[in-house]
Design a binder for this molecule. Structure first.
Ligand SMILES: CC(=O)SCCNC(=O)CCNC(=O)[C@H](O)C(C)(C)COP(=O)(O)OP(=O)(O)OC[C@H]1O[C@@H](n2cnc3c(N)ncnc32)[C@H](O)[C@@H]1OP(=O)(O)O
Ligand SMILES: O=C([O-])CC(=O)C(=O)O
Length: 463
């Protein structure tokens, strides 16, 4: 019998060769998808025909009243979340992706375009294919004038996430899906129009998000145009005014690639999926998703983490010991608040995205010695034990939000209320990918059955 180590080595080798086989050819994104779709359609047909009645799990009353936690009830192609290991994108872990997905010329971090290609097709793109996608996105990145005017008319005091959601909804003015539907488009064509809308939206998000930043925090300053030779984040960073900061630009690439997808059940991705299942177009679907992301138990937690850590720093002064952090954590918990950035609906270990972002900090001397990053690290050393002792949360470990904002803060992007907008630029990669797959696979309107408490009790009493 093979030892555990040998079995794990074998599994590792099998995985590396599977990764190698998944290197895409020289085909375009659309041709790669055209090849992948019939294979998946066949897989779905077979699953339905051969296993349509196979039981996957029980539905307990706890599931119904507990936010459907633990219910396996959605089809989601691009990623799967393991409670211990964390996320895998088409089977690739974060370290796998960091090894195989192309980076920017001269950079090291994953280019979000290469993550998008992987999520959409299940294949690892070449550097050349990634560059082509970057160029396409840059060419399509300009906002229509009326959306610029709309965003410019918002009061500066309107939360940046509200502005983003409204801007994205307004972009549906030019939806290819909606226009084709009005002309009587047939079901097999749904995915192609969905894809065009999704690519256009991903392309336009940086200009929209940067405009919101400029209007709210630097009104009256000029906004640079889109440079066709830059990648998506290169342009975003440039438009935000941080283009000269290569470290921050690289961090944004990693951040946006890693936040792209987290399987289907998270509130933002699930919202996009639900809304799009009504054949609402991708812009409206993603706009709805952004308003789910804007909640403090979900994406907005990254804003809340910084606010909480800064308040802690202010209260505890310069000599911040583990003991003082412990007291501050108890004070937060006793006041009935959650510790932002800790806990998770599925994960039961430190989030590997948190680890990857911490490793980024460890790789740069200026970040290693940054007071805010030191504070996040020290909090990580104390918080899990405090949360275990508190005894409520099923997962006392940090999620990605526990650290994602601190690098932005260190490099001078200190406006916390903007942070979830960056998350919103990222989550489009995965949420929109699934819309393409849902339409290519002909998935139906999502409509679970709900029950009242009276109906549940009557069901329980039934002999
Ligand atoms: C990108 C992301 O969306 S990652 C998540 C970002 N959100 C946060 O960081 C906010 C803080 N964390 C939380 O509120 C939660 O852990 C969530 C929302 C992420 C997950 O919620 P759940 O799956 O319901 O967590 P769980 O089953 O562990 O909750 C059990 C109890 O522990 C509490 N709990 C969970 N996490 C925390 C926390 N970080 N601090 C204090 N209490 C917590 C819950 O509020 C709940 O209390 P209740 O029984 O009084 O209602
Ligand atoms: O998976 C979840 O429920 C929340 C999360 O971490 C994400 O959406 O990135």
């Amino acid at each position: 019998m093979l030892s555990r180590a040998a079995l794990s080595r074998q599994a590792g080798l099998r995985r590396s060769s599977a990764i190698a086989q998944r290197f895409a050819s020289t085909k375009s994104l659309r041709d790669t998808l055209k090849e992948a779709i019939p294979i998946k359609q066949e897989q779905l047909k077979k699953l339905k025909a051969e296993h349509g009645n196979t039981v996957v799990g029980d539905v307990k009353v706890d599931n119904i009243i507990g936010g459907m936690r633990g219910l396996k009830a959605m089809l989601w192609e691009a990623s799967v979340l393991d409670p211990i290991e964390g996320i895998r994108f088409h089977g690739l872990s974060i370290p796998d992706c960091q090894k195989v997905l192309p980076a920017a010329p001269g950079g090291k971090e994953i280019l979000p375009e290469s993550m998008l290609w992987l999520l959409l097709t299940g294949q690892v793109p070449t550097a050349e294919q990634t560059r082509e996608l970057s160029r396409e996105l840059a060419e399509k990145g300009q906002l229509p004038k009326f959306v610029e005017d709309l965003v410019d008319s918002f009061p500066k005091t309107l939360h940046p996430m509200t502005q983003l959601g409204m801007g994205v909804a307004a972009l549906n003015h030019d939806s290819s899906f909606q226009a084709a539907y009005e002309k009587g488009m047939k079901k097999p064509e749904y995915w192609t129009h969905t894809l065009e809308d999704c690519i256009n939206l991903i392309a336009q998000l940086p200009a929209l998000a940067a405009r919101i930043y400029r209007n709210v925090y630097n009104p009256g300053t000029p906004l640079p145009g889109i440079n066709k030779d830059l990648d998506l984040v290169g342009n975003y960073s440039n438009m935000l005014g941080y283009g000269a900061n290569e470290s921050l630009t690289e961090y944004l690439r990693l951040y946006i690639a890693l936040h792209g997808d987290h399987e289907g059940g998270n509130a933002s991705a699930h919202t996009a999926h639900l809304v799009n299942s009504t054949l609402s177009d991708p812009y409206l679907s993603y706009s709805a998703a952004l308003f789910a992301l804007a909640g403090p138990l979900h994406g907005l937690a990254n804003q809340e983490v910084l606010r909480w850590q800064i308040a802690m720093q202010k209260e505890l002064g310069t000599d911040i010991t583990h003991e003082k952090i412990k007291e501050y954590l108890w004070k937060t918990l006793k006041s009935g608040q959650v510790v932002p950035g800790y806990g998770h609906g599925v994960l039961r270990n430190p989030d590997p995205r948190f680890i990857a972002l911490q490793e980024f900090c460890d790789s740069r001397p200026e970040l290693k010695s940054s007071p805010i990053i030191e504070l996040v690290n020290k909090t990580f050393q104390v918080a899990p034990d405090v949360l275990k002792e508190h005894g409520k949360t099923k997962n006392p470990y940090p999620n990605v939000d526990a650290t994602s904002g601190c690098v932005l803060y260190h490099y001078g992007l200190t406006e916390f209320k903007y942070y979830t907008v960056i998350f919103g630029v990222s989550r489009a990669l995965g949420a929109l990918t699934q819309l393409v797959w849902a339409r290519a696979l002909g998935l139906p309107l999502e409509r679970p059955k709900s029950m009242s408490m009276d109906a549940l009790e009557a069901f329980i009493k039934k002999p």
